[in-house]
Design a protein around this ligand. Sequence first.
Ligand SMILES: Nc1ncnc2c1ncn2[C@@H]1O[C@H](COP(=O)(O)OP(=O)(O)OP(=O)(O)O)[C@@H](O)[C@H]1O
Ligand SMILES: [Mg+2]
Length: 242
Amino acid sequence: MSTEPLVGLDLLGVGHSYRDTRVLDQIDLSIAPGEFVTFLGPSGVGKSTLLRILAGLEEPTEGRVQPTSDRRVVSRMMFQEDRLLPWRTVLDNTALGTRGRKGEAATLLSEVGLAGRENDWPSELSGGQRQRVALARALLHRPDVLLLDEPFGALDAITRVTMQQLLERMLAEHPRTVLLVTHDVEEALVLSDRVLLLTERGITRELRIDQPRPRHRGDSRLAEWKEEFLDGLLEADRALHS
Ligand SMILES: Nc1ncnc2c1ncn2[C@@H]1O[C@H](COP(=O)(O)OP(=O)(O)OP(=O)(O)O)[C@@H](O)[C@H]1O
Ligand SMILES: [Mg+2]
């Protein structure tokens, strides 16, 4: 679809405060073009805030985010809720804001497994199908950076795995720089090139995963890492909420 080179992001001393509450402090991080980076961290630590800053939706109160390219960088967010407009069809929801690129929207819908559902209303779809529409809609904008804030958090366990596999296939077809926030450690380990643990002390753990994809959920190394990250998360949660 896009022939533009992939774009990375450099975070330089990024910090953020809401009034008197300090949420993020001195985050330095380089995200490579085309890298899939996942943030794990306790609730309230500032993961969504960081994604909004990376999407350019919020100005950090300190530091800055510098793309690795001079051209205008396009970001798209996907959330736990699908944010579809109930009065528009699946096709119109997908093509929303693209000045009528309905042909391409229909192709993407078929790639996410929704061929033949173009004229349905969002209310006629399951939760997983609605998130498929949200993914197609995000990709139609050919974002340089795709930001995913717990996109599968509201889905049942099986649908969640199906969606993870779909995301992996879609990214193989449409490579993007991806930043994911999730509470699901296994999801992080299966999908990412790099997993970061965000705590109130900043990024305290970093793991690069160079195992080939698709990855086996039962892989013993993944199981070990899962245990480690769960311990780290519990510890960070205790520290944040004590
Ligand atoms: N617009 C806002 N105004 C004031 N405080 C905010 C605002 N948005 C977030 N916060 C506060 O900043 C902190 C971090 O919020 P954020 O939503 O980034 O956390 P999170 O890590 O995404 O949590 P969760 O895992 O529950 O989604 C929280 O204490 C929250 O109450
Ligand atoms: Mg959040």
